[in-house]
Ligand binder design. Structure first.
Ligand SMILES: Cc1ncc(C[n+]2csc(CCOP(=O)(O)OP(=O)(O)O)c2C)c(N)n1
Ligand code: SF4
Length: 245
């Protein structure tokens, strides 16, 4: 079966073979198009491989400074509440460099959507340890494996945001077809929350970085299924401002 590429994704992506960003880009494009808002959406990006997103998308995007995409998205949404506004960010960008901006947009329950791609490392700059790196995971800056005694635990940002007054929190994965379809549903729910003026919506997506993980694309998917999901549980955690029981 050949599935038509959404018009919102106008070129083949620029990512490494097997990278999860390409799939996530496509899902965002499909959802915006199916909701009929792709011509009316504005994306904010900052640094990392996520910043290649506008090269895939035929939608308006603004380049923010390092880590500041959520703050820029907030500014756009406050000026143009009629637009569908989102940031698209990696874990190094959103949780290390721009942690404050990420958290304060959530604390204020700003009516934006954050698409957060968790691949457990700083992909673009060569695979350094990120806040989300798993315990024991080897990276270029943790060659003996992440030691939580010195670095603290992997950051589960959804757990931190669950007790804030936010509209929607979910975590998906692009590691198999079923999870890809679930993730698409979460992205749609997040944008719908924004359209309904419910407030802040955040979708974390577990995504492979085969290049820096030193794995072929298939092994990288298996690694998510067998290991990453154990630390980062999948599902919807907050919906319409209510915690899922
Ligand atoms: C203030 C600042 N810190 C660090 C960098 C270098 N830098 C550019 S991209 C990047 C990695 C971002 O990684 P992530 O957000 O996880 O995205 P990925 O590439 O994995 O998708 C870093 C550290 C920078 N340019 N500016
Ligand atoms: S370095 Fe990693 S995150 Fe960046 S494009 Fe390649 S596989 Fe994707």
């Amino acid at each position: 079966m050949i599935k038509k590429k959404p018009a919102a994704c106008f070129v083949d992506n620029k990512y490494c073979p097997g990278c999860g960003h390409g799939t996530v880009n496509r899902l965002v494009g499909e959802v915006l198009e199916e909701m009929g808002v792709d011509k009316d959406a504005i994306g904010a990006i900052a640094v990392g491989c996520s910043s290649l997103m506008p090269e895939t998308f035929a939608i308006d995007c603004i380049q923010a400074q390092h880590g500041r995409a959520a703050a820029v998205a907030v500014g756009i949404k406050r000026c143009r509440p009629d637009k569908t506004v989102f940031s698209y960010q990696g874990d190094g960008d959103a949780l290390a460099i721009g942690f404050s901006e990420t958290m304060y947009a959530a604390i204020r329950n700003e009516n934006i959507t954050v698409i957060f791609v968790n691949n457990g490392n700083f992909g673009m700059t060569g695979g350094q340890m990120a806040p989300t790196t798993l315990e024991g995971q080897k990276t270029t800056t943790s060659p003996y494996g992440r030691d939580i005694g010195t670095t603290g635990h992997p950051l589960n940002v959804i757990q931190m945001m669950e007790n804030l007054n936010v509209a929607y929190l979910a975590r998906g994965s692009v590691s198999n077809n079923r999870n890809i379809m679930k993730t698409k549903e979460y992205i749609r729910n997040a944008f719908e929350a924004q359209q309904n003026n419910e407030g802040y919506s955040f979708v974390e997506i577990l995504s492979p970085c085969p290049t820096n993980w030193g794995m072929d694309p298939l092994k990288a998917m298996e690694h998510i299924e067998n290991n990453v999901i154990k630390t980062y549980e999948l599902g919807e955690f907050v919906k319409r401002g209510e915690k899922n029981a």
